[in-house]
Design a protein around this ligand. Structure first.
Ligand SMILES: Cc1ncc(COP(=O)(O)O)c(C=O)c1O
Length: 169
């Protein structure tokens, strides 16, 4: 069962995923992604001791070269904003599953209408609902979707503790 969690923006949804991590953890992420995601990683989370490796996600096999004992999360965006680069989600998911890593996919540009990363092996899907889900950029909203109750519970705890949710109930 897919479980969504609504946030006050796409960036707030991304921020919640990053709060699953601890100092010393490492992230392998796309070298081309939405600038606000890059800013959050480099300007906020690096100083909390998270290390990021930026790779060309169009070559999925490259991801495995950066995996080490501290790697916790792989973050990709497909298609990317603005260059429309594509990640083979299934190929990256095969690597993350082999090494017990989380895979989060920013699916903003494809939308769930065209692409469902959970079906391709991702653990978390992130959407800026400000874009195509909202349709007119007249609402700012973000969303995470996952199919693990454990992850949902962890993210719900972060969401209610850190104050960036849309009211859900
Ligand atoms: C691919 C992508 N991810 C995330 C975001 C951030 O979303 P928001 O503006 O809802 O915080 C954007 C916004 O442009 C985006 O294009």
């Amino acid at each position: 069962m897919n479980m969504p969690a609504a946030f006050s923006s796409g960036v707030a949804a991304t921020d919640a995923v990053m709060k699953l991590l601890q100092p010393g953890d490492e992230v392998i992420c796309a070298n081309d992604m939405y600038g606000g995601t890059y800013r959050l990683f480099t300007k906020v989370y690096e100083k909390f001791g998270i290390k990021f490796h930026y790779v060309n996600m169009q070559r999925a096999a490259l991801v495995e070269e950066f995996v080490n004992e501290n790697t916790r999360l792989v973050w990709t965006e497909t298609p990317t904003n603005p260059l429309m680069n594509i990640t083979d989600i299934e190929a990256v998911a095969a690597i993350t599953k082999k090494h017990g890593l989380l895979l989060c996919v920013d699916n903003t540009f494809a939308s769930p209408y065209l692409q469902n990363p959970l079906d391709l092996g991702a653990d978390i899907v992130m959407h800026s609902a400000t874009k195509y889900l909202g349709g007119h950029s007249d609402v700012i909203q973000g969303c995470l979707v996952m199919n693990s109750q454990e992850l949902r519970d962890q993210l719900y705890f972060i969401q209610k503790s850190c104050g960036a949710p849309l009211p859900e109930r």
